[in-house]
Each structure stands twice: as structure tokens, then as C-alpha cells.
Design a protein around this ligand. Sequence first.
Ligand SMILES: [Zn+2]
Length: 392
Amino acid sequence: MGRLDILEDGAVAISNGKIISVAKSNAILDNYDAPERIDATGKTVTPGLIDAHTHFVFAGSRETELELKIQGMKYLEILAKGGGILRTVRDTRKASKNELLDVCRSRAHNLLKHGTTTIEAKSGYGLELPTEIKSLEVINSLNEEGPLSLTPTFLGAHAIPQEFEGKVAEYVSLVSEDWIPRIQQLRLAAFCDVFCEKGVFEIEDSKKILLAGKAHGLMPRIHADELSPLGGAELASELGAASADHLLYASEVGMERMKEAGVIATLLPAAPLTLMLGKYANARKFIEIGVPLALGSDLSPSCLLENYQLVIALACYEMRMTPAEAFTAATINAAHSIKKADRIGSIERGKIADIVIFDVSDYRFLGYQLGSNAADVVIKNGKVAVREGRLE
Ligand SMILES: [Zn+2]
């Protein structure tokens, strides 16, 4: 993860949305005559950034909860009071599909402007079938519309809806036996995810849902060991999940199993930052054990982060990843986390031309600088999508 393949004075030739050659500038200029040339002298050209964990589809916002967090109220306490996710659930249920599309489209544009070209996008603010379907339809529509690519994940088990308070088993059965087959029938999702946590969906519940997903062709990924050591990393390994995410409390045994099972660890440093946990996932331990790390923003109403460059910086400053490791995690490893590494995540011949030109002289600036937007030109599917920070 710490070794980047950097080509100084390089150039990229693109045709029909694909990368057709990567070589020294002279060689490219001698061999290709392109209708458009973009000069990136003095700048840094990278693969489009890939965000492997977002709660992208939601209506409303939760700025009023910041004060509660500052006063020390815990996430699960806010949830127990009908705030947190449950508030967003009310707002998202109320929004029409078109309203939700509009909100999400402008969100997609903001991500693109900051250099993100592909995201994993979860449902999970419906907690009832019609709104879960509406959310996944929004993801699929925006993916078709472009330019941002979205990979849809069904997260019906994001929280226990108020209607099912005290009836977790009933809800788990409903999700597994009724909703998942329906989602699959409609071809709305690639992955199935669960918020596996003490007092929410515990190990057996999570297993039941993820196995049902797997049986219906939805690859498992999981919110694991975020707030307590529950054994989510072990479960992810047992199920052969594509990714286990958060992992602040993952056990060493769990990490070892993830390595053996080839499960990617998707770390989300902005989540503990905005939850004010004062603790981060042990990235160095994962790297030492040899588990591949990916990154994600955890974009949600609780973590309103649209500049993915900041996640790279947080990975460096808070999790002690080197800029090169963070870069690998935000590109090719994030592509592996969403099973798209054969098409995106690196600048290689044959891959889709998703490329960012950052207005910095060295890639390390992305780990080093905080919150500024260095994305100058964003190329998606071989076309310029953003120029000088503005959508084309
Ligand atoms: Zn999440």
C-alpha cells in the first residue's frame, strides 16, 4: 500500500472513455494526435477518487444535533430519543422521489467537484420497503444519468424502525425474507449491508440478513465493531464479505481472519471525528497484519463531508497512514472494496478514464492540506466533468 507507481513527466492518452496509453509525455505526444489536450504541467494527475462507504441518499439535515453531541450525548442516546437516524428516516420517507433526486444530484455534483468519481451508496433511511426502494431507485437513476458512478447497497438493517421497537427478530425476518428477495427481483442493489452493533442488530441478526442477501445475489458488506467489540470482523470473514467497515474495536483475531478470508477493511476516519469518540481504527495494526485498507467518507447527515480529500488527510493525521497508503486506500483498494478494481482505481491501459488533475506539485499535499479543494480538472469516462472547480 505504501508504494505508489509514479511516472514523472507522464501523459495519458484517452479514447472512447478508456485509457489507451500511459507513458512519458514525449512518447504520447509523438504517437497520438488528440482533438483535445489538457496541460497538467506542474500538477499531479491521479486516478479518480473512490469513496467506498457513503449514506448518500437522505433528505433533511441534523445541524441541531451538534450541540447535543457537544454536551456529551452519545450516538445511541440520541437515537433512543427518536433523533439521529430516526429523524432522517422521517424526512426521507416524506420526500418525494423527485425531491430526493434533486437533493442527491446536487450532492453528487459536490462530490465530483472535489475529485470523487465513484461512490458506494447505501439506502437505509427508509426502514420500510417503499422508501428503501425509492432510495435505491434514486441511486440507480443518478448512476445512469452520470457523470458520478454509484454502486448501490441495500441497508434496510441500518437501525430498528420505531414501529418495530422491541421486535428486532420480527424486523430481521421481514428484511431477510420479504425485502431482500424484492430488492433482488427489481435488480436494485449490488451489495447488502447491516449495522451490526450491540443493542441494534447483533451478530446472529446480522448473519441472518447477510446470508439472505448472499442467497439472493447481494454481496455482503458490514458495519462492524464500530462502537463496541462485538465480533463483526470475525463475522465478515466467516461470510466472505467484500468489506468490513469502521472496525474501531476489531479484535486482533478478527483482523487475522479478515486477512485469511480476503476481506477489505474500509476505514472511515470522519465517523469517529464527527461522533467525537476520540478514538480511531487501528490502521497501522491492519497494515502490519496485511489486511488491505480502503477508505470511505461515511457521508451521512451525521457526517456531512463532501470533500473526500479531507478523508485522506484524516487517514494520515489521525490514523498514521502515510500519504501513499491513504492514496492507495482511496483509489485502487476502494475499487476492490466495491468489486470494481478491474475497471477503475488506477491509471492503466484498458481502464475507464476516471482521472483527476490536482493543482498541487506532489500527491502528498492531499494528505497534508486540510479542507481546501485541490481538484482542478475531473475527467469522468474520458470526458471533462469539472474544470477549474466548476461543472462542465
Ligand atoms: Zn455507515
